[in-house]
Write a protein that binds this ligand. Structure first.
Ligand code: 5GP
Ligand code: ZN
Length: 139
């Protein structure tokens, strides 16, 4: 628990939230400024600043919980699809430095746009893939 962390305080129920789900590893509650109704944040109960600091078993568990939340959003708000979002680091738009996975329900014609793709030289794709393969951790 990090005393000045808003999500630690929500997890510890020192601050209110609209709780959707919790277990021994994670809490899930509604985002206070939702992209659309039902937008949920899944956070580890322990404070980890970002994905790379988070143990694999907790990170994996978050994805399992994202499925539960998504099923519930299909039933409740009638979502046609979902975006899962994880802003990792300030440069990527992370504002709260306690790992959180966004589950954002999508609706036909909701007008939301995903990030744009760039045209790149296919050779560069293979170059970067090769370098990345050499840095993939075996653990
Ligand atoms: P980030 O940009 O760090 O990925 O997203 C942070 C998210 O946390 C934002 O979507 C923001 O609306 C949400 N948020 C920030 N403070 C609070 C809060 O006190 N309670 C809740 N429920 N959500 C918050
Ligand atoms: Zn925290």
């Amino acid at each position: 628990m990090k005393k000045d962390c808003v999500f630690c305080r929500i997890v510890g129920k020192e601050l209110p939230s609209h709780l959707v789900y919790e277990d021994d590893k994670v809490s899930a509650f509604l985002d206070i400024n939702p992209v659309s109704l039902g937008h949920t944040l899944i956070v580890p109960k322990e404070h980890y600043a970002d994905l790379l600091q988070t143990p694999d078993e907790v990170a994996g568990h978050m994805m399992m919980v994202a499925k539960k939340i998504s099923h519930s959003l299909e039933e409740t708000v009638g979502a046609d699809g979902f975006n899962l979002g994880l802003n990792n680091g300030e440069t990527a738009g992370q504002v709260v430095d306690h790992l959180h996975l966004h589950v954002m329900p999508r609706f036909k014609n909701d007008g939301l746009k995903l990030w744009p793709g760039k045209q790149v030289d296919p050779e560069n794709l293979e170059k970067i893939a090769k370098r990345m393969r050499s840095f993939i951790r075996k653990d």
